[in-house]
Design a protein around this ligand. Sequence first.
Ligand SMILES: [Zn+2]
Length: 395
Amino acid sequence: MSAERLQCITCSREYDIMEVRYTCDCGGLLSIERTGLVDRDAFDDRLTSRADIDRSGVWRFREGVLNIDKVVTHPEGATRLYRRNGLLFKHEGENPTGSFKDRGMTVAVTQAVRVKATAVACASTGNTSASLAAYAAQAGLKAIVFVPSGKISSGKLAQTLAYGATCLQVRGDFDAAMRLVREACDRLGIYLVNSINPFRIEGQKTIIWELLQDLGWEAPDWIVVPAGNLGNTSAFGKALREAHANGWIARMPRLASIQAHGANPFFRSYQGSFETRHRIAAETIASAIRIGDPVSHDKAVSAIRETLGVVEEVTDDEIMSAKREIDGMGIGCEPASAATLAGVKKLRAAGVMKEGEQIVCVLTGHILKDPEANYRAEKVVEIDPTIEAVERVLV
Ligand SMILES: [Zn+2]
């Protein structure tokens, strides 16, 4: 065993880091664990470095992500933190392909190269496929993406095809595409890079670590995240657990995972104290979180429990109203990201989030990811090319 190993979250069985597997023989999810403490001082020193590996907001933290020198990095991360209306917004839509997925993908594709895979695949609502396609192109790997037919935005599909991936539109929803890609990878020897792949989670942890670093390692009171397949909720819980165990932060922030009402299996489970795992047919305007059977459920339950977190649901109307507000701040995001602000409003109204608490919303995708959700023809005024026509509208 190397210092880094795969470990089952259910039965604790360990596997070598170089073994290609996504679940334990017992069926449990795998997590990457390491022995020994990691010091945070090197992370701060690297902020002034000009090397790609240090400029990456993922690999800057490599001792806690994947301890390897040869990486496939764009570089990614190093996203901005915006202060608006008393809230903080960490905009993961500023990653190279326009979503937080690049954080996990740089690690998963690095590992794919390390285990000498020749092809990589994922099921996706769109952002993962775009990210996979970009990183596979950089690494020279064949990329295959499984997307639910007619259910992903034109922006994300166009992006995936432009980077050169083979795109399979599955007649069914995301959950059907997810089941199919797992079977295809097993049978055809393709390397699977969905968030069930524990290397993805290691990369996504750095959203939180970079945020903590941005805040001078002073933890906020709340971190709010959209919740679909629950990869981020899981990764954020692991990031906070490790940051606390390594002594990088003195106290744990609380996580708030926000689901869309029409895609709320995790919220339902939370309401029943996580005694039952729900699987539903999902429907919401927020396509990035339109998922009824989240693969990272078990890890996400631990994340909510360990951070004294909460799970909330919001309607599509609440999401779109929050999106207009975020767009109106000059920041902008895709609909799923706006579930965060909608969730904050609801949790404040319920007294769960209190006046004076520091709250960080993680925006997961760029405003241009879902053009159909932005464009409103009635807001565009068509005029003749004369100054009189301009005056009629403006004066
Ligand atoms: Zn196990």
